[in-house]
Write a protein that binds this ligand. Structure first.
Ligand code: F6R
Length: 602
């Protein structure tokens, strides 16, 4: 969470370039934003609460020509999301932007207060800033003084951080370091950058250096020097980004979410094409493992639930799925026979990364399914399968999730092939070949989803029910709706509703029932009828929509597909219902309140 960017360059465009970069990073948090600029030898701070546009309006008429600066967009962790707590923070000679959490900031704050140093804000970042300045003031005055004080201060910090730091007495230079929060250094011509991710700088350069944990860099407009904690220089490779700046634009769509929903036919078909062309997904011999743990957060965990269903039902491998924040704090009984699959769109989710490290420490083989190329999870896992979905900007994931499901389906089909497990191959392969068209047709059916949205958007409460794989899809549909429309919704295994929750059904409560499995269809229909008898307004989403008028108030017809494709096509419908509903409620669809795209804190 939080996005940071820094710029130093001969063109004196620090203000403009940092604002551009912050806009591209806004998905990482939008509680407040701020910028520190070097102007005539002084470091000046400009901050505002709320979105980047507030900051932009605040400084747009100020006549600033600056060569160097650092900027920040905040997702509040410590301290309210107001102007005082907005970054950058400045203490003495040091100005700082920070992504992460300094967990022992209260102890450090006490130490500073004992030294009669007073702080203005409630943030851990101001404590970090004051502490670096405190050490700097004590440090012997030589050419390494600044790096040494950063290194010493960091050795006392517990938690996660990526810092951008400017010293007032060297205002054209940016210092940076990171631990457990991402940071790259952008390499330009007579200008260089730091950023939380590549999206921030793609308008200026595609070349970047990945800073590893525990590395410290000193950056000016024409030099980048990286050191270890003993100040030994480190030679770094320059990488070239594969994503382009235009992939970060809405390109005519009203929202990034809608654009990304519409990109699914292409990106999903790319994944299955690879599979059909028999390109190895990775070198892991899946058949060797007799147990799989899938670990992830949020929607990625929901993708894992679809994977569990497929792998257990079709490939006969026992699978557990767990949220990473729970997984990491339990005694995991891992052996060499266990494969741990870590799923993450961003590849930076703190809990998921920690779970990966635990699994590795315990000797398990780890496979990451990741979208962001070069991200921490992708780099640290034993093997990585990329989903190649392209940048996902909307906070609510769409193509991130469905590409994860497509990879899991492909893994399952691979295992089945290797184990000679017979299934309805011809039908499945036909669907995989036609997936682009299938998904396009579904997505284009927008009037149907608008109609559902019109019927539900004024309600406070609703339920998604389904059985088997449909239950996993209900969880994703429900999460999508609640996060962008702010309506309360719950996903329930259809047979479980009557064990308590059915008491919440009132006259008109919408119940969205997903029934894609023919064998379970009648059971789910009985459960819909139970809710209907108690006044529910029922919406059936199913390939089987003939003669449903006595129990379904609305029926949304799906194509009749195999379970390797069905989850993807059904979720497209659920994404669009959520999107249309949030639109009718006037919500900020791409940036729902209180959320951030990349959750780099526990
Ligand atoms: C919901 C959503 C989140 C993410 C979760 C994991 O729409 O986007 O639930 O799925 O925060 O993020 P990644 O996949 O980046 O690890």
């Amino acid at each position: 969470m939080c996005g940071i960017i820094g710029y130093t360059g001969k063109k004196k465009l620090a203000k403009e370039n940092i604002i551009t970069g912050l806009k591209n990073l806004e998905y990482r948090g939008y509680d407040s934003a701020g910028i520190a600029l070097s102007e005539n030898g002084e470091i000046n701070l400009y901050k505002s609460s709320g979105k980047i546009s507030n900051l932009e309006n605040y400084i747009k008429d100020k006549n600033i020509s600056s060569s160097t600066g650092i900027g920040h967009t905040r997702w509040a962790t410590h301290g309210e999301p107001n102007q005082i707590n907005a970054h950058p923070h400045k203490c003495g000679n040091v100005t700082i932007v920070h992504n992460g959490i300094i967990e022992n900031y209260i102890d450090i704050r006490k130490k500073l207060e004992n030294e009669k140093i007073t702080l203005q804000s409630g943030t851990d970042t101001e404590v970090a800033c004051a502490y670096i300045n405190y050490i700097y003031e004590k440090e012997e005055n030589n050419s390494d003084r600044k790096l040494k004080s950063i290194i010493k201060a960091c050795s006392d910090f517990r938690g996660s951080y990526a810092f951008g730091i400017i010293f007032s007495d060297e205002p054209e230079v940016i210092y940076t370091t990171r631990k457990d929060s991402p940071l790259i250094i952008g390499v330009g011509k007579n200008e260089n950058f730091i950023a939380s991710d590549i999206s921030a700088i793609l308008d200026f350069t595609k070349e970047y250096i990945l800073l590893e944990a525990g590395e410290f860099a000193k950056i000016s407009c024409n030099s980048i020097n990286v050191y270890d904690s003993n100040l030994k220089p480190i030679s770094k490779n320059i990488s070239t980004a594969t994503w382009t700046a235009s992939e970060y634009k809405k390109n005519g769509y009203d929202h990034f979410m809608l654009k990304e929903i519409n990109e699914q036919p292409q990106v999903i078909s790319n994944i299955f094409k690879k599979y059909l062309d028999n390109i190895e997904l990775c070198s892991i011999e899946f058949e060797k493992y007799n147990k799989i743990h899938i670990v992830a957060c949020g929607s990625a965990m929901h993708a894992g639930l679809v994977g569990k269903y497929l792998l257990e039902n079709y490939a006969n491998i026992p699978v557990t799925v767990e949220v990473a924040s729970e997984y990491r704090y339990k005694n995991q009984l891992l052996s060499k026979d266990t494969l741990v699959i870590i799923i993450s769109q961003s590849g930076e989710t703190a809990d998921t990364l920690a779970a990966l490290r635990i699994a590795k420490e315990k000797g398990a083989k780890t496979l990451a399914i990741v979208n962001a190329v070069g991200s921490s999870i992708a780099r640290e896992a034993d093997e990585t399968i990329y989903t190649y979905a392209g940048p996902e900007i909307a906070v609510a994931t769409t193509k991130g999730y469905t590409t994860q499901v497509a990879v899991l389906s492909s893994i399952c089909l691979n295992i089945m092939k290797n184990k000679n497990i017979i299934s309805d191959d011809k039908k499945i392969y036909e669907e995989l070949k036609n997936i682009k068209k299938i998904l396009k047709n579904i997505i284009e059916n927008s009037e149907v989803y608008k109609n559902v949205a019109k019927k539900i958007y004024k309600c406070d409460n609703l339920f998604y029910i389904g059985r088997g794989i449909d239950y996993a899809l209900c969880m994703e549909g429900s999460l999508k709706l609640k996060e962008i429309s702010y309506m309360h919704s719950e996903a329930y295994a259809a047979g479980e509703l009557k064990h308590g929750t059915i008491s919440l059904i009132e006259n008109g409560t919408p119940v969205i029932a997903i029934a894609t499995n023919k064998e379970l269809y009648e059971k789910t229909v009985s459960n819909i009828k139970e809710t209907k008898a108690r006044g529910a307004f029922s919406i059936l989403i199913s390939p089987y929509t003939n003669n449903t008028s006595d129990f379904a108030d609305i029926s949304v017809e799906l194509p009749d597909l195999s379970e390797f494709v069905n989850p993807i096509s059904t979720v497209c419908v659920l994404q669009l219902i959520a999107y249309e509903t949030a639109k009718l409620r006037g919500c900020d669809i791409d940036k729902p309140k209180n959320l951030a795209k990349s959750v780099t804190v526990e």
